[in-house]
Design a protein around this ligand. Structure first.
Ligand SMILES: *Cc1c(COP(=O)(O)O)cnc(C)c1O
Length: 380
């Protein structure tokens, strides 16, 4: 049996968690949270980083920091996870979806300008598969129209655009350390703050709307309620687990990229025969091997392959029912322009097993079954 995903243990997770527990610091903002934060600042060069309970919560903090109010509009792709939209919907925003590029599956930067209205406040690029959106173009549009950019970099930890870490380019960036991502703490995330005015309020929002951090630093003489907020601090036990993974980040990144390349090379003959399509990575992007997908002819063939692999105990999954066609998407959003690629490309997409502990033999077995399927359905 080859699972779709398996969260790796790099070795020091239990030791670190034990240390957090015996040091009697299991709530938020302890020494392990500090160590993870320092690692993230060093890796991303972001001005400030705060560990959060999830990427979803990092996005909610971003919506709050940008002071989204009912009726404001937020531009994003429809091909994304629900949290990208929910975070802004919770504050009453209207979601304006734009089409994706078929080559990277990222929001088409050339369609953003036409979606901007008087009410637009934020552009949310989602770096699908850890492959960056065209950030130069997106940042230029945002500056021209005075909009914020919140990068949904849930899948982008360790990935880069023109040498810059994803999440460190827009005003705010959001990372996920969910079990399904490259580096995990079970449930968790981080917010990267690159806008000079956001740092102080971000700490307050994350600490139940209190000035707790300033109080602990001796900068405030009373610990009190100063703004709206919530509890977005992960436990230091979870941060301890994450630190063990970040310690080995290069190793994890190399392994994932290596598996990604092997899939690409082994499946290239099928792409040359135009039976499948392989992912495309623009030159200015350094990806992190977050996920490997292939695209089949259409949804019927994609679903047949999922079924065929499953019969052979290999688990593969499709990605994202486009948000604009979902019940909540219809209520809270609108699609600007024509849906040329979002639905069509998402229906053809299939994610293959890719995780740190996937062996060469397992990868070969997946590839072999895809070839067998192609022989059956295309007679090659
Ligand atoms: C995983 C993911 C999220 C949500 O991350 P959580 O940490 O589980 O909240 C948001 N956006 C995208 C694009 C994701 O892939």
């Amino acid at each position: 049996m080859i699972p779709f995903n398996k969260s790796p243990l790099l070795g020091k997770e239990l030791d670190y968690m034990h240390e957090a527990i015996t040091a009697n610091h299991i709530s938020g903002d302890g020494p392990f949270t500090k160590a993870c934060t320092d690692w993230l600042i060093d890796q991303t060069k972001a001005t400030k980083v705060l560990l959060t309970t999830s990427c979803t919560h990092a996005l909610e903090m971003a919506a709050n920091l940008c002071k989204i109010k009912p009726g404001d509009e937020v531009i994003m792709p429809s091909f994304t996870y629900v949290s990208t939209a929910n975070a802004f919907v919770l504050r009453g925003a209207k979601i304006v979806f734009v089409d994706i590029r078929p080559d990277t599956m990222n929001m088409d930067e050339n369609l953003i300008e036409a979606a901007i209205t008087e009410k637009t406040k934020i552009i949310v690029p989602v770096h699908y598969a850890g492959v960056s959106c065209d950030m130069d173009k997106i940042m230029a549009i945002a500056r021209q129209y005075n909009l914020f950019v919140v990068e949904d970099s849930a899948q982008g930890v360790m990935a880069k655009y023109k040498g810059k870490a994803l999440g460190s380019i827009g005003d705010l960036g959001c990372y996920s350390f969910h079990e399904s991502k490259n580096y995990s703490m079970g449930e968790g995330g981080a917010i990267l703050i690159n806008h000079k005015n956001f740092g102080e309020r971000a700490e307050i929002i994350r600490n139940n709307g209190t000035n707790r951090n300033d109080f602990l630093r001796g900068k405030a003489d009373k610990y009190t309620w100063v703004d709206e907020g919530s509890s977005y601090l992960p436990s230091d036990i979870n941060a301890a687990y994450l630190l063990a993974q970040l310690d080995e980040a290069q190793k994890i990144n190399q392994r994932r990229r290596n598996l990604w390349c092997q899939y690409g090379e082994l499946l290239k003959p099928l792409a040359d025969e135009k039976i499948i399509e392989l992912p495309y990575v623009p030159d200015e992007c350094e990806h992190n091997g977050h996920l490997f997908y292939i695209k089949l002819k259409d949804m019927i063939e994609r679903d047949q392959l999922i079924h065929y692999l499953k019969e052979n105990e290999i688990f593969s999954v499709f990605h994202y029912i486009p948000l604009h066609s979902s019940p909540a998407g219809l209520r809270f959003g609108r699609f600007n322009g024509k849906d040329r690629y979002t639905t069509r490309e998402s229906e053809r997409l299939l994610r293959l097993p890719l995780f740190y502990d996937l062996s060469e033999d397992e990868l070969m077995a997946v590839v072999e079954k895809i070839y067998e399927f192609s022989v059956k359905s295309h007679g090659i």
